[in-house]
Design a protein around this ligand. Sequence first.
Ligand code: CO8
Length: 378
Amino acid sequence: MTNTRSPRIVISGSGVWTPPESITNEELVESYNAYAAKFNVEHAQVIASGEVEQMPMSSARFIEKASGIKSRYVYTRNGILDINRMRPKFAERSENEISHQAEIAVHAARLAMAAAGKTAADIDAVIVSCAYTQRSYPAIAIEVQNVLGINGFGFDMLMACSAATFGLHRAYDSLASGSAACVLAINPELVTPQVNYCDRDSHFIFGDVSAAIIMERIETAAAENTFEILGTKAQTQFSSNIRSNFGHLSRATDEDPYGWDKLFHQAGRKVFEEVSPIAADHIRDHLASLGIRPEEVKRFWLHQANLNMNKMVIKHLLGEELDAERIPTVLDTYANTASAGSVIAFHLCSDNLKRGDIGVICSFGAGYSVGSLVVRKG
Ligand code: CO8
């Protein structure tokens, strides 16, 4: 099982910036239920006549059982629990100040750079890859590049929940082709502004975070902990089952730019049932292409959308129950952080692997999309 792809490329550092504020299921449910009760009283007549549906109550017990989520970190609690607002309130910043998203990207970047023992002078490419960027241009990556003092190039890319792995694939390709010598790939996920806190089915799913990885050629890596990339694999298949129609066309189509369909919405059960086998087959095929059996893999850093979904992926793949050490979960405290989940799991749960151990980083979600990297501890 050797890497026939040349040159040899490694992940040499990772970092996770966790927002200082968090919201528990109980807090979120209390505010949603108060909002729903108020709505039902205020709309009692139209609800009674059948014109409007009564808002159902949410439950902290349901959320934990259905998703594995107990709490989530948020960029700010401000506004989210206010039943007269039901969305976060960020302070507006001028064009002369660092943008919110670039700031959290820089926090994670600095942690990853320190772990890899790199300074700005060592890095020549910055990829910001996530579910949303707070503006179209200039790219958040170029702002990050400027703040950190990095020469070379930077670009943004969007790929929903698979943004981290797809971003790492682009990092790998840049290193393999020689267009970069050391890449900083960041997933600054500011997703709470896109959560519909008035929707019982999805108000609990997401949290904010920022994660970063340094990737470089093996010759330049000086970090103690490195993971060689043995292979990358990506797959997409169109589906509208996870969707947000937020975009610049709203102004021209005269739609409400903040309507429910402009926020995150999904057919969660369908996603669960359709994506789990796709992800399991994807991982099996990727490993097979490298001559590795799933049983040989010491760690699976899976996308963190739903604990039951990860159990299903592992059941399809290994025919086994989920082993908490081998398949780490960070959902309980971080919730779904869009693309960053598998990188958080990798960052927090890779230290105790031994030299030569094989691991798989895999994300899956909207698109549909699945991305994976098979790595070997150096
Ligand atoms: N409290 C109480 N009951 C509830 C609640 C609630 N909060 N929510 C739903 N219910 C009810 C339902 O209405 C349903 O009632 P009934 O049986 O009467 O119809 C019952 O509970 C069961 O509902 P479900 O069958 O929908 O419950 P599930 O067990 O399927 O759990 C989940 C729902 C948790 C949503 C689950 O389906 C899931 O996680 N699916 C996978 C989804 C997934 O992975 N999505 C990926 C999305 S992330 C992504 O790709 C990135 C997008 C970009 C980021 C966006 C950031 C904003």
